[in-house]
Design a protein around this ligand. Structure first.
Ligand SMILES: NC(=O)c1ccc[n+]([C@@H]2O[C@H](COP(=O)([O-])OP(=O)(O)OC[C@H]3O[C@@H](n4cnc5c(N)ncnc54)[C@H](O)[C@@H]3O)[C@@H](O)[C@H]2O)c1
Ligand SMILES: [Zn+2]
Length: 362
């Protein structure tokens, strides 16, 4: 078992990482709260795979479980679904000490987290992330949100969980495509904040891509440690936390320009990292040697091709609408060396256009 303690503004929470660790859910939750009612939130696919075992582990320890399911997919992160969850929480008589348990990927975590943050002005939130992306990223750090028809994550808060229980065995049922999308975020930590981990990834990427459980467990733990380090330094994203957006500036624009239908989030981020490396070389921020090493790992995970009709102009339009843009310039996180990054404001449209074109294949 690996345990990481994350300091949030008002309390410290444990992230427990262990293959087979789901067995400890009911017990670990008892360390925090006396057994009472709880609402288990999941999507129908995840629930079909793991709902029964998770419910059993909770009931065995005296928790009374009611279940709320949403359809799989990004559309589930809506105010309509949040309202449905409030209705159910009220109907089932959940009170201030009744934990909400998010069993699923980032969609379920963000939605359940948003409801936990707001129902009765906040009830305990427990994350049981089941995708690689949610295990290494969205379950830690406290960002919770739902989408608005005009944009992703427009309605949300910072609301840290009380416990994160990560069972890497869940990853064994992911598709290869989902695994790769998660590995893009894993690699991100190596590039921006952890040279040793990057080295390790160079040695082990091949096995990670083959679902090696032992190595995936270590990769998740190293990623969570890196995320925790950044989030502890800047929980409310005043400055330093922005380095986690490496690959995300262009990544988000690619997702938006394709109406969130073509790329998985991690796939768009992987493309965004290519573009950021291109910018970093041209801005003379990164050496060609380090760029070469980064490029090799990005290629090993493999980039999803852009749709043939996607233009650089369409991507740049979305880039300018990104909510993280201040004044006229666009901020990019660029690697400086392997293991460190810097934030640079760029206003040269041609330079940005060239970087975008590197991932459009035009
Ligand atoms: N809060 C944050 O800090 C943060 C960070 C990054 C991303 N996010 C959000 O996370 C979301 C994306 O999360 P995601 O990539 O986990 O997607 P997801 O939650 O949509 O899950 C992807 C798919 O995998 C299925 N699935 C989940 N676990 C599985 C398993 N173990 N085996 C088989 N199938 C499984 C799901 O049913 C779903 O169809 C986005 O909405 C994004 O905005 C939030
Ligand atoms: Zn991301």
């Amino acid at each position: 078992m690996q345990e990481i303690n994350v300091k949030a503004a008002n309390f410290t929470y444990r992230v427990v990482i262990e293959p087979g660790g789901i067995a400890r859910l009911g017990r670990d939750l008892r360390l925090l709260l006396p057994p009472a009612k709880t609402l288990l939130v999941s999507d129908t696919s995840v629930y079909e795979l793991y709902g029964e075992i998770v419910e059993k582990k909770l009931r065995d320890e005296g928790w009374q479980v009611s279940v709320a399911l949403v359809k799989p997919g990004e559309k589930a992160k809506s105010l309509v679904n949040a309202a449905r969850l409030y209705d159910q929480a009220i109907r089932d008589g959940l009170d201030r000490n009744s934990p909400l348990i998010a069993l699923g990927g980032g969609v379920v975590g963000d939605l359940a987290g948003f409801v936990a943050a707001t129902y009765l002005r906040g009830v305990p939130l427990v994350m049981v992330p089941t995708t690689l992306l949610s295990q290494v990223d969205s379950s830690v750090g406290g960002k919770v949100a739902v989408n608005h028809p005009r944009g992703k994550n427009l309605i949300g808060s910072i609301y840290p969980p009380r416990l994160v229980l990560i069972d890497p065995v869940f990853l064994m049922t992911l598709s290869k495509r989902q695994l790769k999308a998660g590995l893009a975020e894993v690699l991100k930590y190596g590039i921006i904040s952890d040279y040793q981990f990057f080295d390790w990834l160079e040695l082990n990427m091949d096995q990670l891509l083959r679902f090696n459980l032992v190595l995936l467990t270590d990769a998740v733990a190293a990623s969570v440690r890196n995320k925790a380090k950044v989030v502890e330094a800047d929980e409310y994203e005043k400055d330093y936390r922005r380095i986690l957006n490496f690959g995300h500036t262009i990544g988000h624009a690619l997702e938006a320009a394709t109406a969130y239908r073509h790329y998985l989030h991690g796939e768009a981020v992987l493309s965004g990292m290519y573009a950021a490396v291109d910018l970093a070389i041209k801005m003379k921020v990164l050496s060609t040697e380090d760029a070469g090493r980064i490029d090799r790992l990005l290629r090993q995970i493999g980039r999803r091709k852009a749709p043939a009709d996607l233009t650089a102009e369409a991507v740049i339009d979305k880039l300018r609408q990104d909510k993280k843009r201040l004044a006229g310039e666009i901020f990019f996180v660029l690697p400086k060396t392997i293991g460190s990054a810097t934030i640079v404001a760029i206003s040269d449209r041609d330079l940005i256009c060239e970087a975008v074109k590197t991932v459009l294949g035009k």
